[in-house]
Design a protein around this ligand. Sequence first.
Ligand SMILES: [Zn+2]
Length: 353
Amino acid sequence: MAAGRTVSAKSLTEFDRGWLGIAERLSKNLENLILEENKRKKFHSEWSKISLTRDAGRGVGGGKLQRDALCTRGRHDKAPFSNRNLRWHPLIIADNTPDWAIEVQGIEVRADKIYFIIDNKDYSAEEVYKLESGQPLSSYLGETLMRTNKPYCAPLTLWRNHVDTLREWNDAEWTKNSCAISAMEFSPAEYCIEIFALLAIAVLYNFYGVDYSIAVETVLKVFSANDYNPTCQFYDALKSIDDILRCPLCKAKLNEPPAGITPRVRPPAFQRPWQPSKRAEGEPESIQLFHIEPLTETEIRHTPKSTRYGHRWCNVAMADRSLEETLDFMEAVVRVHRGSVASISNKNSSVQT
Ligand SMILES: [Zn+2]
């Protein structure tokens, strides 16, 4: 499996730099809304720090906002997936090429390198971050402001000829070629920067006591100072601000326990003392990225409409289902249990009498 760092992790195009620059300015201006210095430093190091890389830096280089809003998740596969990359990276892999991408002409594997053929030219893993299709995404998304172009896609059919070779590849060979992202995680830079701002507002409000209307105003000022006009989805999300500030499933505030249930105190479990965990991300009440509509390869779902922060417990309970499906599931579970509990207690009471 590709165990190392994403290929070209430190390489950025002018386009990438422009968006990461806006993220940096958002971070700086939002940090300044926290008056207490220690809290401001904590927000910076945990949430708003920006690493000028494709993968948010090694380990904990960038803050959680960059990793969640702007980057794909970290992964180690026997596949050319990046171990974190920018979500607007121009090369995706999918079962079928989606409408919003352009299929590469072919794939070649020579020695220990994969090459993607586009316009009769070969592009190695190190070169793909520079790809530029020149075809805007705007028509697909129905948004007129999109500057991001359609990515290129290497679908399953093009990999079939190379199965015998790739089956033999070791970790080092995969790491050298970890240069693409999954179609599921792709999102235009415009949506990513807006999600970055929305998630930041939720964190500032819930954990740092910042008035959300002042945070919204700050975000809009930074966008305007950078000549950025937000999308319709961003303004729609602001209209229902309460949905952004609370967990999408249990509707509790993010600084409150899931569904308001006091978490039990768990006895300590073994932690490697030579590699202490920097964040308590495994706790039920810790905060995780939520996609209200589960990610799919056919549609772009990392959008301001569908992306929120929520409790880990709630996110795990959703198990990659939509909010509606989860509610139906929970309702059915409760009905079964309440029903059986009622029938048992009825039996007991009939025995006693
Ligand atoms: Zn919740």
